[in-house]
Design a protein around this ligand. Structure first.
Ligand code: FAD
Ligand code: NAP
Length: 313
């Protein structure tokens, strides 16, 4: 039986693994369905993680620096998708996609979040054919072309700035006239010549043909005026949904308390309402959704796991 199963290899899970193994736990496995790193690997630049301030370095470059350290003390990575976590008596059973169930004394869930869809007409049909949620992955396809970015948060504005270095013009379409993004990011975007802000405007539909997207239909919320913006690419950055499905039982009920948005309710020690189960990072309540905070959560959770196992012995 594992001392600890960690689900999710983003900053929260990787840090939990580092602290758990360096803190003396022997059988600790990180279940990560892809390569460890998490959603920050999609970021074009990271400049707010203390100690890492290298201009032009991507989220992928940044997470590369974590690999050697977090696996140095015995943490094992299993390239597996976890389907479900349940408690049987005093231990947990981890159901793996296409594999044998694994038993563990404790579980740290750090499955993070995934980009939301905006919900405009044609979004699903053209997803991957001009509609994208990753500028670092797909931006290059639009070199010297015009693209649109949807959203007014940090992700939308930071990625719009990144795209402005590749594309001839970037239109940022936002449904209000004030932005959720950090003021410094808003300033930077406003000072960028080839970014145009289209505010108080919604995307009604994305249009295209067999080759992909050709444009988006916009509607001004104040005037009601409808226009067609001819662009071959649309980047959607309208927030994230938490990945909590591993915490649902066969009837669809959560095994621990969650709030209305499905975020896992934890205390300051990252303990959930179910003994032995901890949650860390973006999927917990009131998560600041920052790498440094997710990493901090992972460390806190692992230290609690160590105490919990010592108490149970
Ligand atoms: P995640 O990073 O989401 O990692 C969760 C991991 O769990 C993923 O690797 C996923 O594959 C895995 N997983 C999910 N479900 C399962 C399953 N069932 N089985 C196995 N594995 C599973 N923060 C900053 O501090 N600074 C920034 O500059 C910044 N820029 C950002 C730019 C972008 C484009 C985005 C999207 C986010 C940015 N963030 C930034 C936010 C930051 O990336 C997140 O707050 C942080 O990654 C959350 O870490 P996490 O470990 O909680 O979750
Ligand atoms: P977010 O802060 O939730 O912003 C989402 C944006 O999309 C908002 O402007 C919202 O508009 C808009 N929106 C939501 N649904 C929409 C819809 N259906 N149609 C059109 N627009 C819609 O999400 P995020 O930018 O991805 O950021 C998530 C978290 O990660 C935040 O806490 C953020 O601070 C953090 N993050 C931090 C950094 C950084 O520190 N450098 C970088 C990236 C992300 P309204 O404003 O009108 O609601």
């Amino acid at each position: 039986m594992l001392d600890c199963a960690i689900i999710g290899g983003g900053p929260a899970g990787m840090t939990a693994g580092l602290y758990a193994t360096r803190g003396g736990l022997k059988n600790v496995v990180l279940f990560e369905k892809g390569m460890p790193g998490g959603q920050i690997t999609q970021s074009s630049e990271i400049e707010n993680y203390p100690g890492f301030f290298e201009h032009g370095k991507t989220g992928m470059d940044f997470m590369d620096t974590w690999q050697e350290q977090v696996f140095h003390f015995g943490l094992e990575h299993r390239l597996d998708e976890v389907k479900q976590v349940r408690k049987e008596g005093d231990h947990f059973v981890i159901e793996i996609a296409g594999g044998e169930p694994v038993e563990a004394k404790t579980v740290v869930v750090g499955t993070g979040s995934t980009p939301k869809r905006a919900g405009f007409k044609g979004e699903e049909e053209f997803f991957g054919k001009g509609v994208s949620t990753c500028a670092t992955c797909d931006g290059f396809f639009y070199k010297n072309k015009e693209v649109a970015v949807l959203g007014g948060g940090d992700t939308a504005l930071e990625e719009a700035h990144y795209l402005s270095n590749i594309c001839s013009k970037v239109y940022v379409v936002h449904r209000r006239d004030t932005f959720r993004a950090a003021p410094s990011t808003v300033d930077r975007v406003m000072r960028t010549e080839n970014i145009e802000l289209i505010t108080d405007t919604t995307v009604e539909e994305v249009v295209g043909d067999a080759m992909g997207v050709t444009g988006i239909k916009l509607k001004n919320k104040k005037s009601g005026e409808e226009t067609l913006l001819e662009v071959p690419g649309v980047f959607v950055f309208v927030g994230h949904d938490v990945n909590n499905h591993v915490l649902k039982d066969g009837e669809g009920n959560f095994i621990c308390d969650v709030n209305e948005q499905g975020q896992v309710i934890v205390d300051l020690s990252m303990r959930t309402s179910l003994e032995g189960l901890f949650a860390a990072g973006d999927l917990r309540i009131e998560a600041p959704k920052q790498v440094v905070c997710a990493a901090g959560d992972g460390a806190v959770a692992a230290l609690q796991v160590i105490s919990y196992i010592q108490e149970q012995a």
